[in-house]
Write a protein that binds this ligand. Structure first.
Ligand code: SF4
Length: 129
């Protein structure tokens, strides 16, 4: 499915934008398979102003910390935009994706060896390693 969507995006990029996709959120969101997280990641990296890319890892970790309290990734993104200093908006994704994959995992996070245990409220964590 990803390969199909990448090919579709490449075709549209050539046909509609001369191979140079505008750095605009509305345009990015018009591509199939590109949601707010992906669009914000692109805009944060190549755009002129920072955006927060909230995927499942950023959503899970920041809510477990108790830094935000939001039920969906979109609501977490809105909450982080209110609270997180702008200088961290781009790098938070690059930091928390590997952290969420390897330490603060979806099932049984590794709290006993977590470097931020003393700062974490462990919201919703019922079982951990
Ligand atoms: S202490 Fe546990 S819940 Fe909190 S960030 Fe670390 S691994 Fe995640």
């Amino acid at each position: 499915m990803k390969a199909y969507r990448i090919r579709d995006i490449a075709r549209r990029a050539v046909a509609e934008f001369g191979g140079d996709i505008p750095c605009e959120q509305d345009v990015l969101l018009s591509f199939k398979g590109v949601g707010p997280k992906c669009a914000n990641l692109v805009l944060g990296i190549v755009g002129e102003q920072p955006y927060i890319g909230v995927d499942i890892h950023v959503h899970r970790v920041t809510n477990r910390w108790g830094y935000v309290a939001a039920r969906t990734a979109e609501k977490t993104m809105a909450a982080l935009q209110e609270k997180l200093p702008r200088r961290y908006w781009v790098e938070i994704n690059a930091l928390l994706v590997p952290f969420g994959k390897h330490v603060c995992t979806g099932v049984r996070p590794k709290c006993s060896t977590c470097p931020v245990l003393d700062m974490c409220r462990q919201v919703g964590v019922t079982s951990h390693r």
